[in-house]
Design a protein around this ligand. Structure first.
Ligand code: PGA
Length: 245
């Protein structure tokens, strides 16, 4: 399986800045064996989708509404995103859970809408520092997975990606230790197998850099990365891709 490298640009980059960064990245990594997916802001998404229409790179949204359509001012639906030729969507990122109070049931609704609209969700799960210190990591990961995939059809397994992102490792420069990542990914794969009876690609996210990417990709059950900070710089992002392919 090709490693998946997802660039989550979060609420960064104006339209012009995002195109400039994209251009730099395309110039530096003309062809790659990784599956690269860009997650720009909704402002940059339509033009980036157009630009990458026939390219080997894919595009996705950072979020969708938990509602299908209607009077929900400011929201963006799964089918709107799909109409742009975007193929992926990040769901349940810890920043959405933490700052916008998204709960497991909304995350489940979003996944259902994404799959109905033929979008592939990257479903983020991960424990907080407090939960890890309280020895609740396994419990939290299992709860998040079970709730996220309630009522999802078995045959959707090939459309789903999961990202393990310990909350305390996101944007902090403190990458999780290799044994912590291994343990979490083992548990995640096992839990997913019990839900879908199939192997689901599982990414790691949390302070991935060009320096640690190679050792992280060599951890068993790590199928790629969801990258925030290091994806905002063309050199570090392209170096990560180079180092793991
Ligand atoms: P980071 O973010 O790479 O800046 O830690 C990862 C993420 O939020 O997906």
């Amino acid at each position: 399986m090709k490693p998946i490298v997802a660039a989550n640009w979060k609420m960064n980059l104006t339209l012009l800045e995002s195109h400039a960064l994209l251009e730099e990245i395309l110039n530096q990594s003309k062809s790659t064996d990784a599956k690269v997916i860009f997650f720009p802001s909704f402002i940059s998404l339509p033009s980036i989708c157009d630009k990458l229409r026939d390219a080997q790179y894919a595009v996705g949204g950072q979020n969708i509404s938990d509602k299908e359509s209607g009077a929900y001012t400011g929201e963006i639906s799964a089918s709107m995103l799909q109409s742009l030729n975007a193929h992926y969507v990040i769901i349940g990122h810890s920043e959405r859970r933490q700052f916008y109070h998204e709960n497991d049931s909304q995350i489940n609704d979003k996944i259902l809408h994404a799959l109905n609209a033929k979008l592939k969700p990257i479903v983020c799960i991960g424990e907080t520092l407090q939960e890890r210190q309280d020895d609740e990591t396994a419990l939290v990961l299992k709860r998040q997975l079970t709730a996220a995939f309630e009522n999802i059809e078995q045959n959707e397994h090939h459309n789903i990606i999961v990202a393990y992102e310990p909350v305390w490792a996101i944007g902090t420069g403190q990458t999780a230790e290799e044994n912590q990542i291994l343990e979490a990914h083992k548990l995640i794969k096992k839990t997913l197998k019990s839900i879908f009876d199939n192997n689901i690609p599982t990414l790691y996210g949390g302070s991935v850099t060009a320096d640690n990417a190679l050792s992280l990709i060599n951890i068993d059950h790590v199928d790629g990365f969801l990258i925030g900070g290091a994806s905002l710089n063309s050199e570090s992002f392209c170096q990560i891709i180079k180092n793991i392919t």
